[in-house]
Design a protein around this ligand. Structure first.
Ligand SMILES: NC(=O)c1ccc[n+]([C@@H]2O[C@H](COP(=O)([O-])OP(=O)(O)OC[C@H]3O[C@@H](n4cnc5c(N)ncnc54)[C@H](OP(=O)(O)O)[C@@H]3O)[C@@H](O)[C@H]2O)c1
Length: 315
């Protein structure tokens, strides 16, 4: 079976590539610039150079590969950056998805396409809601969230209008060892700097936000399960159903480091609109037989170890 991953050098893409290779599948991986996260896999994957916004490049890749499964992960994935560059965010996330769907449709490829939305589509949920289900109102609070709503609705439309096998996924906060931009990585890198005597403190933004964290290794199992068993056109939250404050995450990382590291608030690190609580309901996914296996403690320890290794190699 041939699997095509767009955005393969991303945190999720690289772990997915490793997972699919472990299943003995052929992995075709689109690469745009960096291969940082694909180290160790380069000999095993089939790299294909492609900017996802370039329709002829996407058509060429689809024509050459003729994939059985497409995992469309390529995106401008940072909500904060989407305020600085909404145009690129919309172009990559909306038109990129359109190019993928159009290529599959026009070439009449008989494949399953997994498209990736985000919990950012929900924006700030109703305070009375404990866990956000897939039925919740979509009210994004960043250009990134808007781009993911558009991409998601395009996926729903193409599934309905053309009978395409498209599975829509809304991940919450996917974290794990690897190059990525998120609070766990920022904290871990800073802790490693303190451990190596290059910094004295950690400066932070909003620590009160509550987030639903999923280990990337659990997340890629879910993506595979959805590609195999998901209902076309249906949308699935990818989350753990457990909320953690960012303060608690930082506290655990500091404890793992075994040092007393001062934490300093930096108002510049606050976002224009920050959702206070974002915890998902993963019943749909659990009904297909998935559940998160890796405890947060393990995830955080692995992230910290990863950044210690990076620092040691660079020294
Ligand atoms: N991680 C999360 O918590 C989370 C949560 C919700 C949704 N998601 C979504 O899940 C997907 C994967 O997330 P991730 O964390 O793995 O993201 P990531 O680490 O930022 O990876 C995104 C990938 O997309 C590639 N890309 C960006 N623009 C491109 C373009 N124009 N053409 C081709 N490739 C392009 C990047 O290439 P380069 O490596 O060259 O930059 C990168 O490999 C994204 O769609 C993201 O929005 C992630």
């Amino acid at each position: 079976m041939k699997c095509l991953i767009t955005g393969s050098n991303g945190l999720i893409g690289a772990h997915l590539a490793e997972f699919l290779l472990g299943k003995g599948l052929q992995v075709f991986a689109t690469i745009r610039s960096s291969r940082q996260n694909l180290r160790g896999l380069e000999e095993k994957i089939h790299p294909v150079w492609c900017d996802i916004t370039d329709s002829s490049a996407v058509t060429r890749v689809m024509t050459e590969v003729k994939p059985d499964r497409v995992f469309h992960l390529a995106a401008q994935s940072l909500p904060a950056r989407s305020w600085d560059d909404p145009e690129t965010t919309l172009r990559v996330n909306v038109f990129g998805t359109l190019q993928v769907l159009e290529a599959v449709r026009k070439l009449r490829l008989d494949c399953t396409v997994v498209t990736i939305g985000s919990s950012a589509e929900y924006g700030t949920p109703d305070e009375t809601v404990d866990r956000i289900s897939e039925e919740a109102r979509l009210a994004p609070s960043s250009p990134y969230g808007v781009s993911k709503v558009c991409s998601d609705l395009l996926s729903a439309l193409y599934a309905q209008a053309f009978g395409m096998k498209i599975i829509r996924v809304r991940p919450f906060f996917v974290v794990g060892p690897g190059w990525a931009a998120n609070a766990c990585v920022d904290f871990s890198r800073r802790i490693v700097e303190v451990e190596r005597g290059r910094a004295q403190e950690i400066s932070v933004g909003n620590l009160e936000a509550v987030r639903d964290l999923v280990d990337v290794r659990d997340a890629v199992q879910a993506l595979w399960l959805l590609a195999e068993k998901g209902i076309p056109g249906e949308v699935y939250n990818l989350c753990s159903g457990q909320g953690h404050t960012i303060a608690a995450v930082l506290e655990r990382l500091i404890l793992l480091s075994g040092r007393a590291i001062p934490v300093v608030r930096d108002p510049q690190k606050y976002r224009p609109l920050d959702t206070p609580v974002l915890v998902g309901d993963c019943n749909r996914l659990q009904n297909l037989g998935w559940q998160p296996e890796i405890p947060l403690e393990q995830t955080l320890a692995d992230i910290l170890s990863f950044w210690r290794r990076v620092a040691a190699t660079a020294a």
